[in-house]
Design a protein around this ligand. Structure first.
Ligand code: DLL
Length: 435
């Protein structure tokens, strides 16, 4: 951790030097070892020896998720298979996987990056981390595991699921850090409350390291209140490195990108143009020292911005804002762009409402999108009459209209009727017919 403290406070010049050298090395590496990049660079007339400054990065062609899928299973490996130690995969809605492979060196870096979350949570080897991200092909479980071990924490590798057992261990083993998706943390909290516990008092949690899906600020506050701890957001993706690419510090003012291992850019998703700090757009990532699965200008489809200025914590790595959502999940309601997390944020201003919702998207006879928010009230809320329910639905709908300028139909549903998830929550149900 001592070496890390140094790099986390490095000067901009030093960070940029590391980034330039990392990019110079990575573009040569992918050009030489991955046929996709040779073809893509040659076609774009980009000479991998021509990167002399970070300004040159904008000339490099992008790589997209589909390119990675087309290369399944091993087409994007930059090392022989004998050097690979671990393979992760993410399968999107189409079912075709993208592969993220790790050499021994890559695993070490991954552990170090995630271990920063413990430092950011003001923790150390005295902490006990309960990991209920799923272990397996999903990067959540093992990424948190390597991070916890690297930080010297006592690690409880329980994986996702069996919520009552999670609660028993939370009570009996006294973990201080909880690592899982925010929606699963909420499910654990709600289940514990249903069992008659007060998790803020009965558990010993200090911090939650939650990511893998967007969650609103109001959702976060609700979690913090129920579990009596502080929630730090963590970001990553199978294609660049699992959790640990960017992590929020105690200040909760954005996620510090591990700038000694990743070079971030924000682009206009329509034109590909690089945007200045402060502007919202699509995050593009170049890995600086990945051996097995390097990527150069990978378009993540995640919408965020680089937060200008310095973090009060004093660390110098730049911060991205909390991810609004993916370009694929963005709803266009009568011409207005909306992310599910923004709808969640408005809904959570109503104390009557729980954190469980789904957004149904359908089309009307004119092929326009109709969006319905199906949401559960809190179980302790008395909605005695149809008139009560109707009034609350209308109030939420009006609040959505006022805050986001969109017309969303709100339908209150029975408690527990929205499926609970042990991993990422399914927030959007798309009923539109495939064209
Ligand atoms: O979700 C890696 C991860 C595991 C991150 C555990 C954090 C914690 P994938 O399954 O490949 O990897 O999904 C990556 O999830 O492109 C984002 O759209 C979304 N995502 C990840 N972290 C966050 C976050 C893991 N903190 C995709 N906030 C990414 C919002 C996130 N969305």
């Amino acid at each position: 951790m001592a070496a890390d403290a140094d790099i986390l406070h490095a000067s901009r010049e030093r960070i940029e030097q590391i980034q330039l050298e990392g990019i110079q090395k990575t573009v040569l590496d992918v050009y030489e070892h991955i046929p996709f990049y040779k073809k893509s660079f040659d076609e774009a007339g980009f000479d991998p020896r021509s990167v002399k400054s970070l300004d040159d990065v904008a000339r490099i062609p992008f790589v997209q998720k589909q390119d990675l899928r087309d290369a399944y299973p091993y087409g994007m490996l930059a090392v022989p298979l004998k050097d690979v130690r671990e393979i992760h995969m993410s399968s999107g809605t189409t079912g075709i996987a993208t592969v993220g492979a790790y050499t021994e060196h890559d695993l070490k870096i991954w552990g170090e990056c995630f271990s920063r979350a413990v430092d950011f949570a003001h923790g150390d080897e005295n902490d006990v981390m309960q990991i209920c991200y799923g272990y397996g092909l999903f990067t959540g479980g093992l990424g948190a595991h390597y991070g916890s071990i690297s930080a010297g924490c006592a690690t409880i590798p329980i994986s996702a699921g069996n919520t009552e057992r999670q609660i028993r261990i939370l009570r009996e083993m006294g973990p201080t850090i909880l690592a899982c998706t925010p929606s699963y943390a909420m499910h654990i909290a709600d289940t514990a409350i249903e069992m008659g516990l007060d998790p803020a008092r009965d558990f010993s949690l200090r911090a939650g390291i939650h990511g893998a899906e967007p969650f609103s600020d109001n959702f976060r506050r609700d979690l913090e209140r129920k579990l009596g701890y502080r929630v730090l957001d963590i970001y990553g993706l199978t294609e660049t490195m699992g959790p640990g690419v960017a992590i929020e510090c105690w200040e909760q003012q954005g996620l510090h990108i591990a700038e000694d291992h990743f070079y971030p850019e924000i682009i206009n998703p329509e034109t590909g143009e690089v945007l200045p700090d402060g502007e919202w757009g699509e995050l593009v990532i170049t890995t600086l020292d990945r051996e097995a699965s390097p990527v150069v200008r990978y378009r993540t489809r995640d919408i965020t911005r680089i937060i200008p200025g310095e973090c009060p914590c004093g660390r110098t790595h730049r911060r991205i804002d909390r991810i609004h959502g993916r370009t694929d999940d963005m709803l266009i309601i009568r011409g207005v762009n909306v992310f599910p997390s923004q709808i969640e944020d408005v809904m959570k201003t109503f104390p009557e409402m729980s954190s469980w919702y789904q957004i149904e998207v359908d089309t009307d006879h004119r092929s326009l999108d109709i969006v319905t928010l199906k949401a559960e009230p809190n179980p302790n809320v008395d909605l005695d009459s149809i008139a009560d329910i109707d009034r609350l639905q209308k109030r939420i709908s009006a609040a959505l209209k006022a805050a986001l300028s969109v017309g969303v139909k709100v339908k209150l549903v029975e408690p527990k009727s929205i499926p609970r998830s042990e991993g990422k929550a399914k927030r959007i149900v798309d009923l539109r017919k495939e064209l």
